[in-house]
Design a protein around this ligand. Structure first.
Ligand SMILES: *Cc1c(COP(=O)(O)O)cnc(C)c1O
Length: 396
């Protein structure tokens, strides 16, 4: 017997919950891809994507997941043998660095581990040591979806400026865009990558690369650029076909149109950021209460460095895996698997994805189900978790 039958909540950090409206917008016959409504709609999408990124610069759209956007970002700016500084705070930036190695770039990795943010002083040290300016790009993730850390991207810009280092600043916002506050231009980001399937609430399959004029200047002599991944025709297409280097991702575009209307026209980007902030704090409050006198804890201890899109929870022992299985089997909630924690710890860890189309009742449902699971599985936990979360939601 199970209590899981009913609407499921896929609470993994991407793909995220898709609004029914987005799905309905995609449910239509194939459109004309040469002229007409689809073509006109695409111009508005580009303008709205830039608003979500808070940028006046360019964006190229790829029919790709986040990994494709990663590769596009590097191949448009780098030449074989160029060095990039990889700032690891979990699995994702390390993965981006591995992709850079595969492209023939040299990587210099500073690994800050799984439990904390980028240490700007150490970055400054590495940049100062690079007197010949061999480092051409600094790669950071805004929110590392494995550890759930949020890094200080504006601080990285200040560090580059303070050290007088000319490297381009790259930010991976695949998890954080339209969830955590971000200002591409004000924060001085040169290249930002995002995907469709997290905060943007659209199925996986579209990758976005936003780039500054400085990054585009690097494009002029980058020898990694290849015709398909070249961002120039995509950002300034003479014909609609060049937007996508071929057939447009027709149905994704309709889904994206609906999602951007929800984000920008109806709720408003600042309200979207606020909602994610309150929901995240409700989760933190519950975990904090459960952790009284027990091993249960948030992976990231400093609240200022925690993502509002995803939360990595440490349960200890094998309680993470047991709870994850119980939640799926008995409550209809799928939690995120541990990623990047290391083999000894990983059975103690799970992640909650709370990006995109998520509201207060869904968060209370996940937390309430977790508490039921802890009772069912005899996982020791402190009292008052749900009360603490409810108080955060009540305060708004
Ligand atoms: C999901 C994610 C990726 C990878 O995106 P894919 O679409 O799975 O290729 C990269 N970076 C971050 C921060 C992510 O959250």
């Amino acid at each position: 017997m199970s209590l899981a039958n009913g609407r499921q909540y896929l609470a993994i950090p991407g793909p995220s919950v898709m609004p029914d409206r987005v799905l309905q917008a995609m449910h239509r016959p194939a459109p004309n891809i040469y002229t007409g409504p689809l073509v006109e709609m695409t111009h508005g999408l580009v303008a709205d994507l830039k608003q979500v990124a808070r940028t006046a610069h360019d964006v190229a759209i790829y029919i790709a997941n986040g990994h494709g956007a990663w590769e596009a970002a590097l191949s448009n700016t780098m030449s074989r043998g160029d060095r990039v500084l990889v700032l690891g705070t979990g699995r994702f930036c390390i993965g981006w660095g591995e992709l850079a190695t595969g492209l023939g770039l040299e990587t210099q990795v500073i690994d800050f581990g799984y439990r904390g943010e980028i240490d700007l002083a150490r970055v400054a040290e590495a940049l100062r040591a690079d007197t010949g300016h061999r480092i051409k790009g600094v790669l950071a993730v805004h929110v590392d979806t494995s550890s759930s850390v949020k890094n200080d991207i504006a601080g990285l810009r200040r560090t580059l400026d303070a050290t007088g280092h000319p490297a381009l600043l790259f930010s991976d916002n695949i998890a954080s865009l339209a969830a955590d506050e971000f200002h591409m231009d004000d924060w001085g980001v040169d290249v930002m990558v995002a995907g469709s399937q997290k905060g943007l609430m659209v199925p996986p399959g579209m990758g976005f690369v936003f780039f500054s004029p400085r990054a585009d200047a690097a494009r002029a002599h980058a020898d990694c650029v290849t015709p398909y991944w070249d961002w120039r025709p995509r950002a300034a297409p003479e014909a609609y076909y060049q937007h996508f280097c071929g057939t447009a991702p027709t149905h994704h575009l309709y889904g994206l149109r609906e999602a951007l209307d929800m984000i920008l026209k109806e709720e408003g980007l600042e309200a979207v950021w606020h909602r994610h902030g309150v929901l995240a704090r409700a989760i933190w409050a519950a975990v904090g209460a459960w952790g009284q006198g027990t091993e249960i804890a948030l992976n990231i201890s400093d609240p200022a460095c925690r993502s509002h899109a995803v939360t990595t929870v440490r349960m200890g022992g094998n309680h993470g895996t047991r709870l994850r299985h119980w939640m799926e089997r008995e409550a209809g909630v799928t939690l995120g698997i541990p990623l990047g924690a290391g083999a000894e710890e990983e059975n103690g860890i799970f992640r909650i994805g709370h990006m995109g189309h998520v509201n207060a009742q869904m968060i209370m449902a996940v937390l309430g189900s977790l508490q039921a699971g802890m009772i069912a599985l005899n996982v020791p936990h402190g009292p008052g978790g749900l009360e603490a979360a409810a108080a955060v939601l009540a305060a708004g």
